[in-house]
Design a protein around this ligand. Sequence first.
Ligand code: NAG
Ligand code: NAG
Ligand code: NAG
Length: 299
Amino acid sequence: MLEFFKVCAFFFAFYSAVKCETKPVAMGNVQTVINSAKLYSEEPSKNYSATALWCEVKKDKNAEDIRAAKFVRHHDKFEFPADIDSANRAYLNFPKEASASASGKYRCEITLLDGQTIVGNMFAYHSAIINNTNRWPVTKSEDDPVLIYAPAITAPLESDAEIECPFGGYPVPSVTWYKDNYPIEFGEKFHWDKETHVLKIKNVNVTDAGEYRCELKNMFPLVYEGPEQTYEAKLARRLEVGSNLGWILPLIVILIILLLLFIIIFVCQRCQKYKSADYNVEARERGLHNDTTPLKNSV
Ligand SMILES: *[C@@H]1O[C@H](CO)[C@@H](O)[C@H](O)[C@H]1NC(C)=O
Ligand SMILES: *[C@@H]1O[C@H](CO)[C@@H](O)[C@H](O)[C@H]1NC(C)=O
Ligand SMILES: *[C@@H]1O[C@H](CO)[C@@H](O)[C@H](O)[C@H]1NC(C)=O
């Protein structure tokens, strides 16, 4: 009897293995391209277009019925509920005005009616761009179509200077720094903070003044399994190093304040004088009124 059960159990396991050979799999469009800014974040784009990621679960030919579906963004674990259409496809729709911050790797999670959850990874690409969150007034280079300039910054002599290169895009762009067209080597003097996107220059002296440029680059295909395209964006800023005559400005301010004080005191003294003169005139007039011979036309 026991033997019989064993055989049955074995047979059942084998049977289900055979039956489950056609496992449910997540399928979809795998990638999309968000097409907002080209070079820097608030640059008006001429070619906005809404786009979407979609996925479905297939076992045989047809898409399986969906109980629930969502998309999870990899880098911040943010969850987006999916829009499900009548053909059992789950969509993550990016609006026309979606920015580079919406780009990234997403995981599509579909829960079927039987409770099974099937997942698949998908990608929303965006070209490397400068994320001009500080809204610097930028100007475009006339010679290089992917280069923009931000206003110069000044660092006092012997201080630590910081030059920001905020950027966006997915795949996360590679960053290269140049000073006056020579590549910068990171170390004691120069430090690039990948988290804050800030280049730190220790203990600046006059030789550190010049043009600093960060170059961003990423690559992705426009269509799934198509050829990869390269995207670039560059930001340049001048660093000016304040001289040791930094105390001149405060001195000038103090001198101006002193001068103003003297002027105020002088003017006030003159005011007092005029006032007393006025008083004297009145008194004199009153004296005249008391005279025996009244003045003509007096009020
Ligand atoms: C703008 O979009 C259209 C269609 O969406 C495309 O054919 C064209 O190449 C795009 N132009 C640029 C400059 O990206
Ligand atoms: C740009 O910077 C802002 C503020 O730091 C941030 O909220 C946004 O996500 C950034 N965009 C990209 C594409 O990194
Ligand atoms: C400025 O710093 C550089 C690099 O640290 C150094 O080579 C140079 O001698 C310094 N110049 C002056 C004037 O101190």
